[in-house]
Design a protein around this ligand. Structure first.
Ligand SMILES: O=C(O)C(=O)C[C@@H](O)[C@H](O)C(=O)O
Ligand SMILES: [Mg+2]
Ligand SMILES: [Mg+2]
Length: 389
């Protein structure tokens, strides 16, 4: 089997918060007729550093056409050379590599007539627990809006939430207080996520202040790539620490400096399923736990993560992929499904990734390019369409 064509299509899909995220759908056509799909998810991070779609399609054509899609190691090596790791969380080269790598696994599993999970280690589970995000409070009056989100999602079966914190700790505290007084044991707060906004000492002060409330772990409580800072935090904090993995080098440093307890692994941030599997094996060798993170993918990206997560032996904490619930719509015929707060894998009898493109939806949300108008830092950090300063 040989790759004969690469097609990229950009879509802009709004979230319930009003914020529109742009994603690129990848189609890899082959001379055998099988077509693989993938998703380069959420280009809204760093919007002013924009990728030219035409140019990218031509580059991928030149790398991929004529290649056997089963040569995932060789193709990933070449993608790595063209879109190298940059030791940065939101590096767009990783998003690009991820979209292509997903499509490779999809086309190979479709060709073989097996579920994508069968190429990723098989299935230890048919579903795994996920949590719903509560985006960062800037103003105290956002607390009630977010309590409303908890109320609504709880009714849908999501009983576990994660909270972005660190910008207005009074509001963070007020939110936790309201959550536990209204919902008590019905609700679990999985994590406080500082998103690298604070120096580790400031993050430690805020964590100590919020520690009277129940939560399971603390994420990204230091500036990015501050491996020693994370280690200092970890040794002084009773909660397990998680950090996203965005390059093999960064993961190596975190292992060497004993910076974390849990690696938050998302294929989009490490550049593909192949890279994510390596990161998961490295975590296992180092004796660390894993959870699956997210950039808030649509159903294609989320399905790929469901397959990836099905085989992980040390998926010990609640994971994050809830994108299909955050967006007002999707671009597949049948969305990936959630049940009582669990992400369900597509049926094992379905060959490939388990979701199909819906071209009516794609036409509805199609955008010509990945460029952005004016967006504020707050809108980007807080994933909202609100322009309040
Ligand atoms: O755990 C995280 O950190 C995220 O989920 C990052 C978010 O910014 C996410 O990528 C989003 O787009 O909401
Ligand atoms: Mg995070
Ligand atoms: Mg994102």
């Amino acid at each position: 089997m040989k790759i004969s064509k690469v097609k990229l299509t950009a879509v802009g899909v709004p979230r319930h918060t009003g914020f529109v995220n742009k994603h690129v759908i990848v189609q890899l056509e082959t001379d055998e007729g099988a077509v693989g799909i993938g998703e380069m998810s959420d280009f809204s991070h760093l919007p002013r550093y924009s990728v030219d779609m035409k140019d990218l399609e031509a580059t991928l054509d030149s790398i991929l056409i004529g290649k056997n899609p089963f040569d995932t190691a060789d193709i990933n090596r070449e993608l790595d050379l063209n879109f190298p790791q940059a030791l940065y969380y939101y590096e767009k080269g990783s998003f690009i590599r991820n979209g292509v790598d997903t499509a490779l696994y999809d086309v190979c599993s479709k060709f073989l007539g097996v579920s994508m999970s069968d190429l990723l280690g098989g299935r230890q589970r048919e579903k795994f627990k996920v949590c719903y995000p509560i985006f960062r409070h800037r103003f105290i009056d956002e607390v009630e809006e977010n309590i409303e989100v908890v109320r609504g999602r709880l009714e849908q079966g999501f009983d576990t939430f994660r909270l972005y914190v660190g910008k207005n700790v009074d509001a963070d505290e007020a939110f936790l207080d309201r959550v536990y007084s209204e919902f008590g044991d019905k609700v679990t707060i999985k994590s406080l996520d500082f998103s690298h906004l604070l120096d580790w000492k400031d993050a430690l002060r805020a964590t100590r202040r919020l520690a009277k409330y129940r939560f399971e772990l603390v994420e990204s409580p230091a500036y990015w790539n501050d491996f020693e800072g994370l280690n200092h935090f970890r040794l002084q904090c009773e909660f397990p620490i998680s950090e996203h993995v965005w390059s093999p080098r960064q993961q190596y440093e975190m292992i060497k400096k004993d910076s974390v307890d849990i690696f938050n692994i998302a294929p989009v941030f490490i550049g593909g399923l192949t890279a994510a599997r390596k990161a998961a094996y490295a975590a296992e060798v180092a004796g660390k736990s894993v959870l699956i993170g997210t950039t808030q993918e649509l159903s294609i990206g989320t399905s790929a993560m469901a397959h990836f997560g099905s085989a992980l032996p040390h998926l010990n904490y609640t994971s994050d992929p809830t994108g299909p619930e955050l967006y007002i719509d999707d671009i597949v015929t049948q969305k990936i499904s959630y049940e009582n707060g669990y992400l369900r894998l597509p049926d094992r009898n379905i060959a490939g990734i388990g979701v199909d493109l819906d071209w009516n939806k794609i036409e509805k949300y199609r955008v010509p390019d990945l460029s952005w108008g004016d967006v504020s830092v707050h809108q980007l950090q807080d994933r909202t369409s609100q322009t309040r300063g």
